[in-house]
Design a protein around this ligand. Sequence first.
Ligand SMILES: C[S@@+](CC[C@H](N)C(=O)[O-])C[C@H]1O[C@@H](n2cnc3c(N)ncnc32)[C@H](O)[C@@H]1O
Length: 231
Amino acid sequence: MRYLNLTKVIARLILLQRIEFSNSFLKKIRKVLGRYIFTNFVTKYLVSADEINSKYHLQMNKEYELLSDFIDFNNKKILSIGPGMCGLELIINSKSKNSFFTIIEKNYVSKKVVYGWDSKNREGYNDLELLRTFLEDNGMEGNFEIYDFDEKKLPIKKFDCIISLYSMDYHYNFEIYLDYIRKVSLPETKIFFDTIRPDYFKKIFENVDIILSDEKKIHSSKRILCNKFIQ
Ligand SMILES: C[S@@+](CC[C@H](N)C(=O)[O-])C[C@H]1O[C@@H](n2cnc3c(N)ncnc32)[C@H](O)[C@@H]1O
């Protein structure tokens, strides 16, 4: 069964963004050959687009089910920071009406994807032209815009919701986006992201709720829902 309209090239990017989708064969190869060969060769040739498609579709539906317990996505302006191939955004788009997506991502794939805390924020695993085509091939039209983080020209407008799964404060410091998020959020803007230090955010936001505890990821993290900056 085909879930998303997805090519092998897109499947490779999804695998780099969500290394948990590796099967045991890929995990073994990565261990033996190392990250450089895995990133630049193995993922190009040995990835099954069908396998990634079904895993990605299932997982993004789970992400949607969780978030939709806390927000009604109809008529919302959504800012997605580091959404990868936007599987979650595609599901939100198919299940809601009149949502608009502003996407901020990186426009390159690192030579050696490391998956740890990246203090200089040099890791990127995306291709924004491919992302645009992927969104259009899967039914999004006229209701999204894509920004390259490194071009430093991010849009200034207010969002109803900000989502950053396994990106901001999971791979790189929230501080990178602190001033920007302050500018583009209202007190009621719902901000969802994954972090290993939820208590730190109690000094930044009036409301911080843990909505998911993930012990299985590379570093065990919590998904939090925050709103209202403390002045
Ligand atoms: C682990 S992946 C997670 C992708 C997606 N959110 C998901 O849950 O499948 C992290 C993503 O963050 C992106 N990224 C890294 N630095 C970023 C930045 N400063 N701004 C936006 N995205 C960034 C990477 O390119 C990558 O696609």
